[in-house]
Design a binder for this molecule. Structure first.
Ligand SMILES: CC(C)(COP(=O)(O)OP(=O)(O)OC[C@H]1O[C@@H](n2cnc3c(N)ncnc32)[C@H](O)[C@@H]1OP(=O)(O)O)[C@@H](O)C(=O)NCCC(=O)NCCS
Length: 139
């Protein structure tokens, strides 16, 4: 993924993963994210357009994936599986052996997808957040 693709990527997210979008997904932030995690985030391109995305990065000890998304008409062809595999490979190259993903509890697609490709649910974890701007309603 390159920052020059931001508009197309953001349009895809609005179709596929709108609930997970926040001020954190501004162009400026994505540019910083891609620089900090060079070569790890991906777009899938088919028929000359972006049909899938994944953000992948790490903090030095654990990997994190966000915005795994495929346009509805391109689903069930293994695109997300391939992007997840590649993200894990890229993270491993950087010495990261374990990666986490946050999935809304009621996101049936996400809840089906991750275990089906071998990711294990961390049933005993709860996510807490603190926002210095008080935007508690945002993810
Ligand atoms: C989740 C998502 C990224 C999967 O993309 P995809 O390219 O269709 O996934 P794949 O084709 O690689 O599927 C891999 C496996 O996941 C499972 N899976 C994927 N979609 C599924 C569905 N709708 N129902 C049940 N299992 C599903 C299957 O086991 C599938 O393997 P199979 O097709 O051989 O049976 C896509 O549905 C999507 O963009 N959803 C909206 C955004 C979203 O919720 N993202 C996840 C955020 S955590």
């Amino acid at each position: 993924m390159e920052i020059s693709q931001y508009d197309e990527v953001y349009a895809l997210w609005q179709i596929t993963t709108k609930r997970a979008l926040s001020r954190a997904d501004s162009r400026e932030n994505l540019e910083k994210y891609l620089k900090r995690n060079e070569g790890m985030s991906q777009v899938a391109i088919m028929d000359g357009r972006i049909v899938g995305t994944v953000l992948a990065g790490h903090d030095g000890r654990r990997g994190f994936i966000h915005h795994m998304a495929v346009l509805p008409e391109y689903r069930r062809h293994g695109i997300a599986r391939a992007m997840a595999r590649r993200a894990v490979e890229k993270l491993k190259e950087d010495g990261i052996s374990k990666t986490h993903i946050f999935v809304f509890r009621d996101n049936e697609l996400g809840q089906s997808f991750w275990p089906s490709i071998g990711w294990k649910k961390c049933g005993d974890l709860t996510v807490y957040a603190f926002d210095t701007e008080g935007n508690e309603d945002e993810i």
